[in-house]
Design a protein around this ligand. Structure first.
Ligand code: GLP
Length: 240
């Protein structure tokens, strides 16, 4: 595991986006698994900027996303489909046919999850970008998730529902379940970049160097041979 501690959020985003751009330059059809939430927004801004300056092209990039609320329409402003289009896909030259994202509208979620897992296995994720929840969840793998888990439907914990309700204008619409890739799916990626910013993430980040414990899904990442952790000072404050 390589831990890079940056001065602040901006530097964290810059460092992570540099690594992504470098990856695409080495392999133009890189299979990237993207994350959502607040933390990666700075990375997406940097990637869009680099694309405008013609420093990177996404024309061969294959994209996956780690999770999506369920059930939700892809046009819903709270959906991760909407988020990805707004913050990245609509602003770069990625091809629609290369975008893979879980469908929150699927009638048969089991089929959706099986097919998604199969697609990931076939493509093999080169680079998985991950954020982390305050309770240590990665993608939407909540505490207690099996380390062998694959793509599935998950009930969100009270804490995650409460934390994520900040994104929903109408609090009655806050979703309580989601489709997520599993911990095994994540561990199978060739390389993982975990990003975290702010002191409210410090406890979760500290679990990366402690005992591996399914109560803290993030802790399993230390088993990965190619893990880069990019954090700002706040998120790293319990590491020393
Ligand atoms: C959400 C997402 C995760 C994300 C995490 C942290 O629930 N499903 O993929 O990493 O929470 O979000 P944030 O960056 O907003 O703190």
């Amino acid at each position: 595991m390589i831990i890079i501690e940056t001065k602040n959020y901006k530097e964290m985003s810059g460092k992570a986006s540099e690594l992504i751009i470098d990856g695409i330059k080495r392999k133009p059809n890189l299979a990237i698994c993207f994350a959502t939430g607040n933390t990666p927004l700075g990375i997406y801004r940097e990637l869009v900027k680099a694309h405008k300056k013609k420093k990177v092209s996404f024309s061969h990039v294959r994209s996956f996303n780690s999770d999506e609320y369920y059930p939700i329409s892809r046009k819903d402003k709270n959906s991760y489909n909407y988020y990805m289009n707004k913050n990245l896909f609509d602003k770069v030259d990625i091809k629609k046919k290369n975008i893979n994202i879980l469908n929150g509208e699927a009638g048969d979620w089991k089929k959706e999850c099986l097919e998604y897992e199969k697609k990931i296995r076939k493509n093999k994720i080169d680079l998985c970008i991950l954020g982390v929840g305050r309770n240590g969840h990665i993608a939407f793998n909540e505490p207690g998730s099996s380390f062998n888990s694959k793509t599935r439907l998950i009930k969100l914990t009270y804490n995650t529902i409460k934390t994520n309700s900040r994104f929903f204008k109408d609090k009655n619409k806050v979703l309580k379940s989601a489709l997520t890739i599993g911990i095994k799916t994540i561990i199978n990626a060739r390389k993982i970049i975990l990003i975290a910013s702010g002191k409210e993430k410090a406890i979760a980040v500290s679990k990366l160097v402690g005992r591996i414990d399914s109560k803290w899904p993030v802790s399993v990442l230390r088993r990965h041979k190619n893990l880069i952790v990019i954090i700002d000072k706040g998120a790293g404050r319990l590491l020393k």
